[in-house]
Design a protein around this ligand. Structure first.
Ligand code: NDP
Ligand code: 2IT
Length: 448
């Protein structure tokens, strides 16, 4: 029987094997802190070295993507797919197009996805991919040519029972359509190989809204369980993409006062709270015109733009970071705590640094890690896969009810595994609950 795991020794070995991968190491560290005491109490998990195996992706693929811009100039980007773990279902997870994409970022995202997908209780393994391509400022035709070139290599490695990608930062409905069209052309097959599709070719209702709505459903469950109110309370949201917009929409519907949204240029403050009119305009500028959040402040006199700043210094009861990794650090956490923050639900993946998370937990702020609170998106992707296999489609109401139900069950699992004497550690709960299902399957398969 192997000796009990020691956190430092374990992390040092992961560090040595993965030098120059700070995001991946950060994600592993956060999980290992909760899991190692649990593993040491379960000899079977120790014997089968499940944590060591989970920290090594099944495979990481990288490939050249060459494409031609509108002027006939040729560009070369690097494409990736990290197939992390398929113990409980086909690899499943988004594609990110952003200049910051590299192997470390995709490995952290794939690792987190393993726990997240397990928490949904749907049969989905975990993967993540993308490219260091920047869609900003590109024409539709340039994006189309890039997507076609990207899929011309990726299609070898994916399939409806093998690996099912979806969207993430920089990959929305437009990109999924180009990718799906190219897959269909190359394989002569109309298959549910991507999720986040439009309704005309096999998409699911509610997928567009699912991540943002799910974050707010999780917040609702967390507040209800802990005997707190949400109506009329103030909420900070960062980002103004898919997740942020629909988190804001659901918060507004529930009577929560949304004070901010942001993008990489700065944040906007809604002095009287976000209104339906503001939101309709934001959807228009962000999703149709692909503009900047500052344009909302140009249009409405009760909205102010703060260039180059993040929203975390604005006093509020709730914070939903919905932009990107490490966008909220320890200093931001201290400011939020000093201003009376009650709950933080991550819409983005790993938006809070380790220092920020430690501070929230020490201050007993209700903190939900993204692998639990943003799982609504991939959950509805899982439902899209089911609809595609059965060649049927569920109604908006049915899907929204399934999403609510899944978010409530994820919350309850976090409580079950995270309950301590007088409070719930949602981080520990999510890590252990997500872990158990995957490693039980890995143990059953034997050594591989
Ligand atoms: P979008 O591309 O739709 O929007 C991303 C938003 O985040 C934009 O407002 C963007 O601003 C901002 N942003 C991106 N990178 C940075 C950066 N480096 N610094 C500051 N702001 C930044 O992406 P999504 O809304 O889909 O994704 C947001 C987060 O949610 C990501 O962490 C993603 O992994 C996670 N997520 C997404 C899911 C989904 O279903 N889409 C599911 C679960 C999690 P700008 O336009 O200026 O770049
Ligand atoms: O991070 C995520 O969960 C996503 N980007 C969604 C993945 C998916 O397969 O729907």
């Amino acid at each position: 029987m192997p000796k009990p795991l020691q956190l430092d020794t374990f992390l040092n070995s992961v560090r040595q094997r993965n030098p120059h991968e700070p995001e991946f190491l950060q994600a592993v560290e956060e999980v290992a802190e909760s899991l190692i005491p649990f593993i040491n109490q379960h000899p079977k998990y120790l014997e089968y070295r499940v944590l060591e195996r989970m920290c090594e992706p099944d495979r990481s693929l990288s490939f050249r993507v060459a494409w031609e811009d509108d002027h006939g100039d040729i560009h070369v980007n690097r494409g990736y797919r990290v197939q992390f773990n398929n113990s409980i279902g086909p690899y499943k997870g988004g594609l990110r197009f952003h200049p910051s994409v590299n192997l470390s970022v995709l490995k952290f995202l794939g690792f987190e996805q393993t726990f997240k997908n397990s928490l949904t209780d749907l049969p989905m393994g975990a993967g993540k991919g993308g490219a260091d391509f920047n869609p900003k400022g590109k024409s539709d035709r340039e994006v189309m040519r890039f997507c076609q070139a990207f899929m011309s290599e990726l299609f070898h490695y994916i399939g409806e029972n093998v690996d099912v990608p979806a969207g993430d930062i920089g990959v929305g409905g437009r990109e999924i359509a180009y990718l799906f069209g190219q897959y269909k052309r190359l394989t002569h097959e109309f298959a549910g190989v991507l999720t986040g599709k439009a309704l005309e070719y096999g998409g699911s209702l509610v997928r567009l809204e699912a991540t943002g709505y799910g974050v707010v459903y999780f917040l609702q469950n967390m507040l209800l369980f802990n005997g707190r109110e949400y109506k009329g309370k103030r909420c900070l949201i960062s980002g103004s993409g898919n997740v942020a917009i629909y988190a804001a929409e659901k918060a507004l519907q529930l009577g929560i006062r949304v004070l901010t949204l942001s993008d990489s240029s700065g944040y906007v403050l809604f002095r009287k709270g976000l209104s339906e009119e503001h939101l309709a305009y934001i959807k228009q500028i962000k999703t149709v015109q692909r503009g900047r959040i500052s344009e909302v402040a140009e249009k409405f006199s009760d909205v102010e733009f703060f260039p180059g700043q993040k929203p975390w210094q604005v006093p509020a009861e709730f914070a939903l970071p919905c932009a990107t990794q490490n966008e909220l650090d320890a200093d931001d956490a201290e400011t939020l705590i000093a201003n009376g923050i009650e709950a933080v639900c991550e819409g983005a993946n790993m938006p809070c640094t380790k220092g920020a998370v430690d501070r929230f937990i020490a201050a007993r702020v209700l903190y939900a890690p993204g692998k639990a609170s943003n799982a609504g998106g991939v959950a509805v992707s899982g439902l899209e896969m089911s609809q595609n296999s059965q060649r049927l489609s569920w109604s908006r109401e049915e899907l929204d009810n399934m999403l609510r139900d899944i978010m409530r069950k994820i919350h309850d699992k976090c409580v079950r595994y995270g309950k301590e004497d007088d409070w719930v550690n949602y981080l520990k709960g999510a890590n252990i609950a997500g872990f158990v299902k995957v490693v039980d399957a890995m143990v059953a398969f034997g050594v591989m």
